[in-house]
Design a protein around this ligand. Structure first.
Ligand code: FMN
Length: 236
């Protein structure tokens, strides 16, 4: 149900005002609590795509409108104006996150600086002892190199997809994993992602979008102080 105060805010449709007001007004007309969200990701072996789709499905269940796109396919020159918030995800491979996402982040650096946006990392080091710190450092280096600072970061354990690797990668991965006492049957894949944690992350991210629309303050010109000062915020 749209409250009278919400309808009053939408009375001047189509709204003039700034972008935030336009987004807000559209959101109120469709569903008072609905946000329009973009999930952009890269993947080499397919697992980050599954994480991105799980995030999108969770957000849709919460009543939000979600577009999912690969960083490589998200059209160059397309603006992020129509999205209230953005989630960007990539696998860590060889200690870094790849070019497609870097290009996306570079192109949208200014727009992202004014948005609530998250970076989710998918990798295997996070399940090894001390690996979480290395992954955090790698992500910080990557984001600093682009000059972006997400309002939230998250680290998910990924998958060992032996059946998708070429023989050399399969051999090398098995050797690395064996040294750490991990799963070495290369005739199958192993998945380590905690899907409940992915759902919690998605829901928390959407809830951080702000107060209920009827009590939204005037559009902030700078990022709210409650967003972490460090690009690498504490997470599960
Ligand atoms: C060649 C290769 C290199 C990898 N390098 C790293 C790494 O540096 N750090 C890490 O935490 N995980 C690493 N991983 C694990 C991947 O991040 C993990 O398998 C992830 O789920 C892959 O995501 P994707 O299926 O979306 O490509 C590597 C995996 C492969 C196959």
């Amino acid at each position: 149900m749209v409250a009278p105060t919400q309808l009053a805010r939408c009375a001047a449709w189509p709204p003039r005002g700034n972008q935030r007001d336009r987004v807000l007004a559209r959101r109120l007309l469709v569903n008072p609590a609905m946000a329009r969200l973009l999930v952009v990701y890269a993947t080499r072996y397919g697992h980050t795509a599954r994480v991105a789709e799980h995030i999108a499905a969770t957000l849709r269940m919460e009543g939000h409108s979600v577009e999912v796109a690969t960083a490589a396919r998200f059209s160059s020159g397309r603006s992020l104006d129509s999205f209230d918030a953005v989630l960007v995800g990539a696998p860590i491979l060889g200690g870094t996150y790849g070019r497609a996402v870097k290009r996306f982040l570079r192109e949208h650096r200014e727009e992202l600086a004014a948005k609530h946006w998250a970076f989710f990392s998918v990798g295997l080091s996070v399940i090894a002892e001390g690996g979480r710190i290395d992954t955090e450092k790698a992500l910080k280096r990557y984001l600093d190199a682009v000059g972006v600072r997400p309002t939230r970061t998250e680290f998910f354990a990924g998958a060992l997809t032996y059946t998708r690797y070429n023989p050399l990668v399969r051999f090398l991965m098995r050797r690395i994993v064996a040294r750490q006492g991990g799963d070495t049957d290369t005739s199958r894949d192993y998945e380590y992602t905690n899907w409940d944690a992915v759902s919690v992350f998605a829901r928390d991210f959407a809830r951080e979008l702000g107060p209920a629309p009827e009590s939204l303050p005037e559009a902030p010109t700078t990022r709210p102080a409650s967003y972490g000062e460090s690009p690498i915020s504490a997470s599960k």
